[in-house]
Design a protein around this ligand. Structure first.
Ligand code: SAM
Ligand code: SF4
Length: 444
């Protein structure tokens, strides 16, 4: 039995693409290794959004170099494959500094990888394969899940980004926006339904820019929603990520309609200062974002609104930073991913001086996190006592006959219940908040 060891870094798109790769590997007779010692193939699917993600992979490459040398001494082949955004961005460095990488693939050639792996491992010191030529991105027909018992799935609908926000490497490593044809999306959705998936997340760097086969994003949702009947059991539909400048009234109306579409929106604001937002090239102001958020809150009262916040962009003053805290207080996000600006070579902001000292970035980030924790907790407390529908995911990590489930807004709930509920929907009353996790009681 051939065994592989796969590590995936970064965004959900990488996770979906790794899912597709695993399906292909299984079809070719590969199985995941329980531990590294059993593997004859190591695959790293990498991320370049922040330097820290890249540094981790460089560290892992060092480790796998030693593992490969050890395996060779034992007469066992170990091939190392690196793919994804680092392969795209750092091809030359990787070829020069990581000679133990046997196959290097960027973001556009992932589909060639499986064939390349069919070839016999090359002799030590032999040629290496670099699959980094640019060609139009191809969507794999399936991304996951391949296993019964996996009931949440990602479904990529578009790839790449045309926005070129000043700080962001994505448009360079993932290339221009491409939308997937509706027929391919419908086919994959039908397969997921047949495998009893209960929650599908449509993926793209900027899903609201979707345009294919005469459909825009709301049009695509209108086409997909009737495919997700709500009885005998529902299938939830979510989407990630939306750009505030492209959110249309039709999409707002669809969210308000509820049904299969989760009332959950991840809408990265990044910052609260108009000056910084303009320098970032985001295409909206703090005021217009607030208006949009207030309208959404009014039209979709149950909406769980989450965001990304990026602190320490070049030139950010204390006043700019305060405006961000103010906007957070006004919008009252249910949750936020918070980041510290990190210069990425090749982006527009890389030419600006990274002038906010590290310690100041750290303090500001800590303040943002503290504020968001308070707001998240207040918003969640406001819902205690309500009965909500949840999708049961797994036994709770602490055991004790408790289950872990997720709400429509992707929040965690722990409650006592039978393991037979795993993979199904049920109703729970939200009773208590422990940290960010709800504790609930089942409703018969
Ligand atoms: N497409 C999404 C959007 O427009 O908001 C976000 C995609 S990006 C991969 C995810 C998050 O990473 C961004 O929202 C941003 O906050 C953060 N990010 C991007 N570039 C960054 C950088 N240079 N330093 C720190 N965080 C960054
Ligand atoms: Fe990056 Fe901006 Fe594109 Fe999001 S919209 S992926 S932040 S360039």
């Amino acid at each position: 039995m051939k065994r592989y060891w796969l590590e995936t870094y970064g965004c959900q798109m990488n996770k979906a693409e790794s899912g597709s790769l695993e399906l292909g590997l299984r079809e070719r007779g590969w199985r995941p290794a329980g531990q590294l010692d059993e593997a004859e193939l190591v695959i790293l699917n990498t991320c370049s959004v922040r330097a820290t993600a890249e540094e981790r992979v460089w560290g892992r490459l060092g480790y796998f170099k030693a593992q490969k040398a050890r395996a060779a001494r034992l007469g066992r082949p170990l091939r190392v494959v690196l793919l994804g955004c680092m392969g795209e961005r750092l091809k030359e460095e990787l070829l020069a500094q990581a000679p133990h990488v046997d196959v290097l693939a960027g973001t556009f050639q992932k589909h060639l990888l499986l064939e390349a792996l069919e070839e016999e491992p090359r002799a030590e010191g032999g040629g290496r394969l670099s699959l980094t030529a640019r060609e139009p991105y191809r969507f794999a027909p399936r991304h996951s899940p391949g296993e019964p018992g996996e009931f949440r799935a990602f479904l990529p609908i578009m790839h790449g980004c045309d926005n070129f926000c000043a700080y962001c490497i994505v448009p360079y490593v993932r290339g221009p926006e491409v939308s997937r044809e509706p027929a391919g999306i419908l086919e994959e959705l039908a397969r997921l339904k047949a495998s009893r998936v209960r929650e599908v997340t449509l993926l793209g760097q900027n899903v609201n820019s979707y345009r294919s086969g005469g459909l825009d994003f709301p049009g695509l949702l209108e086409r997909l929603l009737p495919e997700l009947p709500q009885s005998p059991e529902p299938t939830w539909l979510r989407f990630l990520t939306s750009h505030p400048k492209d959110l249309s009234p039709r999409l707002e109306a669809l969210l308000a309609g509820g049904g299969a579409l989760c009332r959950h929106l991840h809408l990265p604001v990044q910052h609260g200062s108009d000056r910084v937002l303009q320098a970032m090239g985001r295409g909206y102001t703090g005021g217009s974002y607030l208006q949009l958020a207030q309208r959404l809150r009014k039209e979709v009262p149950e909406l769980v609104l989450t965001t990304d916040i990026l602190i320490g962009f070049p030139g950010e003053t204390e006043e700019d930073f305060r405006l961000t805290l103010e906007l957070m207080e006004q919008v009252r996000f249910d949750d936020a991913f918070t980041y510290r600006y990190n210069p990425r070579e090749g982006t527009r902001a890389f030419k600006l001086s990274d002038d906010v000292p590290g310690q100041v970035k750290q303090q500001r980030l800590a303040e943002v996190i503290r504020l968001q924790r308070r707001i998240s907790s207040e918003r969640r407390r406001g819902r205690l006592g309500r009965v909500v529908r949840v999708l049961v995911e797994a036994p709770s990590r602490k055991g004790g006959g408790e289950l872990l489930a997720r709400t429509e807004g992707d929040e965690t709930v722990v409650f006592p219940g039978s393991p037979q509920l795993i993979g199904h929907f049920t109703q729970v009353r939200l009773l208590q908040l422990v940290g960010h996790t709800f504790r609930g009681e089942p409703i018969p």
